[in-house]
Design a protein around this ligand. Structure first.
Ligand code: PLP
Length: 379
């Protein structure tokens, strides 16, 4: 058996370095020579730039997107005995962060087109223990925030956006990061805005939340050093990562446009093929962190792509409520049928900014050919 080399990757963070080599090396050198490595002036500058970019007052740099969720939930007052409502069709970190606070994740199903929280199912999941709602802007497509926020306000709940996949995404023209009480971003290398290591941020216009996250990320210190108001954590953003993120931030809009162009071309080239291509809801400016098609013949498409050296992935093959680690929550198969069906059908195709139109065409042709050899099995 031969394993073909990857010719078209899903993501290529090293390509960004090749394109921005001089700027990134200069930024790294500046930080290395400064001796300021943990927090520091680059972190402060990035926080200001990122907050402005998200139309929010504050951004607090932390160690990862997971930490951003954990600390934002704590700052919103979530703790043991509480329930936090989110979706089962997301990366596992969303639910893990809720568990870290001592609260219990409660799931509502996603809606079949955007695969984000079904706002129509939210109210029925609220109990007297519910404290917060965490909609996930999956794949770079914002959740339908107006009805979610309206229900949350009426029922006295906090709204924390999981915006880890949604840098620059818009809801009715307003950016992810400005749509709830706080928003959590990840700058993991493969994200639309990625560091060269781990990093994350909590974005908010609530100064109470911002102050608390600032204290929590640095051992609960608020004013005086070695004075600890609360136990806190070690989750400071690296000055080096902030400097590199500032370089990349200047290119985010261009990369997003390239992603959107690649996604549009892919959908055009797949027109008429028996796969369901992603569509953005009228409220969404989709930033295509992931371009996922849906097909009952997903695995067959996947092997054809692999044989052609085209990378693909399944985000995500098992919804969280069916993961062994979350079985004790008491959900079973059939609890969230839309999420479960999506998990069986989704397949992420390469649309990264660096991928050329001819490569997109090759991916689409390979998908089509895989489905034709199938004797016409349909999505
Ligand atoms: C990546 C991601 C996270 C976690 O971010 P890390 O920086 O990897 O900790 C959380 N939620 C979603 C939806 C993600 O995609």
């Amino acid at each position: 058996m031969t394993i073909p080399s990857v010719k078209i990757p899903l993501a290529d963070p090293a390509a960004q370095f090749r394109a921005l080599r001089e700027e990134m090396l200069a930024a790294a050198e500046r930080v290395l020579a400064s001796g300021r490595y943990s927090l520091g002036p680059e972190v402060e500058a990035f926080e200001e730039e990122w907050a402005r970019r998200c139309h929010a007052t504050h951004s607090v740099g932390v160690g990862s997107g997971t930490d951003a969720l954990h600390l934002a939930l704590l700052a919103a007052g979530v703790g043991p005995g509480d329930e936090v409502i989110t979706v089962p069709f997301t990366f596992v970190a969303t639910a893990a962060a809720i568990l870290y606070t001592g609260a219990r994740p409660v799931f509502v199903d996603v809606e079949p087109d955007s695969l984000t929280m079904d706002a129509g199912k939210l109210e029925a999941a609220i109990t007297e223990r519910t404290r917060a709602v965490v909609p996930v802007h999956l794949y770079g497509h914002v959740a339908d925030m107006d009805p979610i926020v309206e229900i949350a306000r009426r029922r006295g709940l906090r709204v924390i956006e999981d915006a880890a996949q949604a840098h620059g995404a818009l809801y009715q023209g307003r950016p992810a990061g400005s749509l709830g009480d706080a928003a959590c971003f990840s700058f993991y290398p493969g994200k639309n805005l990625g560091a060269c290591g781990e990093a994350g941020a909590v974005v908010t216009s609530d100064s109470g939340i911002a102050d608390t996250v600032r204290a929590l990320r640095d051992w609960g210190q608020q004013g005086e050093r070695y004075e600890h108001a609360v136990p806190g954590f070690n989750s400071r953003m690296d000055n080096l990562q902030a400097a590199l993120l500032r370089v990349k931030l200047r290119h985010l809009d261009r990369w997003t446009e390239q992603r959107r162009r690649n996604a549009a071309l892919m959908s055009e080239k797949l027109e008429g093929a028996p796969v369901r291509t992603p569509v953005a809801a009228p409220w969404a400016y989709h930033v295509y962190h992931v371009y996922a098609v849906r097909s009952a013949s997903r695995d067959q498409i996947r092997s054809a792509l692999a044989a052609a050296g085209i990378q693909s992935a399944v985000h995500y093959p098992l919804p969280i409520h069916l993961q062994p680690a979350y079985r004790s929550l008491g959900y079973g198969p059939g609890s969230f049928p839309v999420a479960e069906q999506a998990a069986r059908e989704v397949l992420s195709l390469p649309i990264a900014p660096e991928i050329s139109p001819s490569q997109i065409e090759r991916v689409a042709e390979t998908v089509r050919a895989a489905l034709e050899t199938n004797g016409g099995a349909h999505a």
